[in-house]
Ligand binder design. Structure first.
Ligand code: ADP
Length: 243
């Protein structure tokens, strides 16, 4: 399988001198196309930094990040903005929807910001996929948390991104609703061939992925395929995560 995202010896240091913190230390990993990967690790292990560097939201101190054939360090700010707009999608813990816009308007916002026309058939397909066809005219305040996160997912998918990054996408949802969103994430991988990378600290959430990367002290210390909540929790305990 080809890698959609490839990190090669990526390090990230925050601050300088005595106060410098190495958030990532020479991380090398490939994310295969059409895979669902969860990133886990204790608090402060570098998960957010990993996600931000992989997604082009933050610039590594050294090393290389490639999205497809594009080396991110070669891009200027304008090109990076362009890349973030078209080639990657994001789903955050806070749904980040625009309250004054309805579902359709929220979902198509990335396209309209880029001055592109909206492919109605594709929009319909995505709204159906996330189960919101009959909510197209509703505002976020008229939707449940799970529905709002499904709008955010639809918005992340609308530009046909090469990869969707999730930062604790189910962190604000109750268990039942979280499961629905996780099933949906898995579905966009299996049914649409989408690539998803999700940071989480929840073993149940991680068990929906095919592969779990475990971070500790800024390094990938383990990889697990076919995770179960129990196996993931056990590994996290080994990393001292619940202390
Ligand atoms: P996680 O997401 O696993 O909790 P982070 O990637 O947020 O970990 O942080 C990794 C390390 O880098 C931590 O020690 C954190 O304090 C530090 N860090 C993260 N962001 C910054 C920043 N902007 N400035 C200074 N230190 C930071």
């Amino acid at each position: 399988m080809t890698d959609v995202v490839r990190l090669e010896a990526v390090s990230k240091v925050y601050g300088k001198g005595q106060g410098a913190v190495a958030a990532l230390r020479e991380v090398s990993v490939g994310i295969p196309r059409g895979s669902f990967t969860a990133v886990m690790g204790p608090s402060g292990s570098g998960k957010s930094t990993f996600l931000h560097c992989a997604a082009g939201l933050d610039v590594p101190s050294s090393g290389s990040v490639r999205l497809g054939d594009t080396e991110l360090s070669r891009l200027g700010e304008t090109q990076l903005t362009e890349l973030r707009r078209h080639r990657v999608g994001f789903v955050f813990q806070a749904f980040n929807l625009v309250p004054a816009l309805n579902v359709t308007e929220n979902v198509t916002l990335p396209l309209r910001l880029a001055g592109e026309r909206v492919d109605r058939a594709w929009l319909g397909e995505i709204l159906a996929r996330v189960g919101l066809e009959d909510r197209a005219g509703h505002r976020p305040a008229e939707l449940s948390g799970g529905q709002q996160q499904r709008v955010a997912l639809a918005r992340a998918l609308v530009t046909r991104p090469e990869v969707v990054f999730g930062d604790e996408p189910t962190g604000a949802l109750d268990t039942m609703t979280a499961r629905q969103v996780l099933r949906l994430l898995r579905e966009v991988v299996t049914a649409m061939g989408q690539t998803v990378v999700m940071v989480t600290h929840d073993p149940l959430a991680a068990s929906y992925a095919e592969t779990v990367l475990f971070l500790a002290d800024g390094q990938i210390v383990d990889t697990m395929s076919g995770p179960t909540p129990e196996k993931v929790a056990e590994r996290m305990t080994g990393l001292g995560a619940w202390k």
